[in-house]
Design a protein around this ligand. Sequence first.
Ligand code: MN
Length: 218
Amino acid sequence: MTRRLSLSSEGRAVSVYLHRQDLPEDVRFSGLVAIDTEAMGLDPQRDRLCLVQLSDGGDEIHLVQILPGAAPPARLIGLLADPALLKILHFARFDLAMIQRHLGVLMAPIYCTKVASKLARTYTDRHGLRDVVKELLGREVSKEQQSSDWGADQLTDSQLLYAAADVLHLHALRERLDAILAREGRTQLAQACFDFLPTRALLDLAGWPDMDIFAHTG
Ligand code: MN
């Protein structure tokens, strides 16, 4: 069962599809996919994964609702596990841990727009998705539904549009951030950080969520 909504952003018309439990067979991605997740809370050990949002940068965004007690979403898991797909996320560390814990997949390779922003935009400490999108793309993203009940069986239209908006700009953001990283000579440093992110997520899950294991102290 699929529900369809329309989202328009700065003259760009995007169709948002909600799929219950798994992607349909005819939805495919190649090369690059922007991903975000919504969960019951911020603790991957405690909180359930509720929604996975996917965008190929084109005019369709696909949302997969993860229903409690249902069979594992095999097609979604296959996509997340595909090493030929570069996954673009904002604060990938959280989604990596959430997806590893609840779908059993450690995603790779990764591009994190938050890590890229921290390495590229050293003139500011504002690296939240809304701040980065506003500065680099001149667009506003709503924060309205961020803390809502993502575990609800019937998600509201405004929840779905909010969730879709979180993946809408990630492709464009990556291009802008890559240009700054290249200009500042930090492309390889950023790549090495992205490559470490799956391990960082495993440390979160294994009991080192707050400790800097590279620090001298402790
Ligand atoms: Mn989100």
